[in-house]
Design a protein around this ligand. Structure first.
Ligand code: AIR
Length: 404
């Protein structure tokens, strides 16, 4: 039986960026406290969390302190160190969710893809590469362009480089700097994602979102996605299969490609179930944590991905994931050429739009394309995602970090 006292249970979170901030916001109504560990003093999560331990993500002493203060450990950034987390959890008896083994699998994108492929999850053709010859060989086999990916450490588009031709192989490898892999470029109809939750003996998933990326960085999420029912069904099946590979409770962001074949396959009346069709939905990447493409759930769904993460890691029952109304989220990215103090201008348009929900992450410094905040608009009676997108884009264009 779940009992609540004051102070409530404490989540110890490695990472205190926007995800930690929104996790702490969602935990508060449940009576759940959050302590974050982050190297940046006064990190985005600090103002809404009970406390911050200022330490590097792999600082063992810091993580020991976090474990001592927490009932459960979790992380909101993949730079968390699986070995340290595993060791500290074992010594302290404070569980960590998701399991550090999952972090290890996901950490290295090549290992991730192999594990998922072995589990029968559909993935684009991929391989590890050691040198430019390997990249060129992959171009021979897959056709140009291919996507070169840093095996570790890349996020928000960092470490992903499209290679247009063999002549670019050398430069691309250099810019990735470190162990790399290539993937066949997927000719997708749209990018979609499933925010899935692994709880204590139960799982849940939010309706799929349609994602718009530019320069490898998420710009917009639209729910419901434009995919048809068969594709949504297939995506949710794939998400279930992914959760089976993952150890430990929590929210998982599962990014997928809806390939062009999916559209044809669901248009034809072959009578085959979606699971029998190959290549309609392909896995792109997994994040073992709440995901940018799930921010819409805060206003758009019965519960948010952050509330679900808190519930899941604590072993509490999961909440409902139904869509409340069509919803659109747009990211507010740093529109600057150089780092500078963050000051978001022309905010009035956003604040004066009654249905627009502003989320400011509280980062002191803006950098080119850094995720600084987002705006979500949940539709009211009769509003379509097209209407919402038009307003959201207008608001996103109105605000700026530049002084011009
Ligand atoms: N994050 C983690 N993995 C991917 C992303 N986007 C979030 C986490 C992390 C923050 O981004 O919340 O703490 C770091 O943001 P930045 O702008 O400092 O790199």
């Amino acid at each position: 039986m779940t009992t609540l006292r004051t102070p409530g249970p404490t989540l110890g979170v490695v990472g205190g960026g926007q995800l930690g901030r929104m996790l702490a916001e969602a935990a508060a109504p449940l009576g759940v406290e959050v302590v974050v560990l982050d190297p940046t003093p006064d990190c985005p999560a600090a103002p809404v969390a009970r406390d911050q331990i200022v330490a590097e993500f792999d600082d063992e002493a810091g993580i020991r302190e976090l474990a001592a203060r927490a009932d459960v450990l979790t992380f909101e950034i993949e730079l968390a160190d699986q070995d340290v987390l595993g060791r500290v959890s074992e010594d302290s008896g404070t569980p960590v969710h998701p399991d550090p083994a999952t972090l290890e699998t996901i950490h290295d994108k090549l290992v991730q893809k192999r594990a998922l492929e072995d589990a029968g999850v559909p993935v684009p053709p991929f391989r590890g590469v050691e040198d430019a010859d390997d990249v060129r060989e992959a171009i021979d086999d897959y056709g140009a362009p291919v996507m070169l990916k840093a095996r570790t450490g890349g996020y928000d588009g960092r470490g992903n480089v499209p290679v247009e031709s063999k002549a670019d192989a050398e430069d691309a490898l250099e810019s990735v700097a470190g162990p790399a892999m290539v993937e066949s470029f997927v000719d997708f109809e749209r990018e979609i994602s499933v925010i899935a939750v692994k709880g204590d003996g139960e799982t849940a998933a939010f309706p799929i979102g349609e994602n718009v990326h530019e320069d490898e960085i998420l710009r917009e999420t639209i729910v419901p996605a434009g995919s048809d029912e068969a594709v949504e069904e297939r995506a949710l099946e794939v998400a279930e299969d992914v959760l089976e590979v993952m150890d430990g409770r929590g929210v998982y962001g599962i990014e997928l490609f809806e390939t062009s074949e999916a559209l044809r396959a669901s248009e034809d009346s072959s009578g085959r179930s979606p699971r029998e069709r190959d290549g309609d939905v392909l896995l792109n990447e997994i994040a073992p944590r709440p995901h940018n493409s799930g921010h819409w759930t805060i206003e758009g769904a019965q519960s948010s991905q952050f509330e679900q993460h808190a519930r899941a890691v604590l072993g509490w029952p999961l909440a409902a994931t139904d869509l409340r109304s069509p919803t659109v989220s747009v990211n507010l990215l740093g529109d600057v050429d150089e780092p500078r103090d963050a000051e978001l201008r022309n905010l009035d348009r956003v604040l004066e739009t009654p249905a627009a929900n502003l989320h400011w992450y509280g980062k002191r410094q803006v950098r080119p394309l850094r995720k600084m905040g987002h705006v979500t608009i949940a539709g009211r009676e009769g509003e379509t995602t097209d209407d919402l997108l038009e307003t959201a884009r207008e608001l996103e264009r109105a605000v700026t970090f530049t002084s011009e």
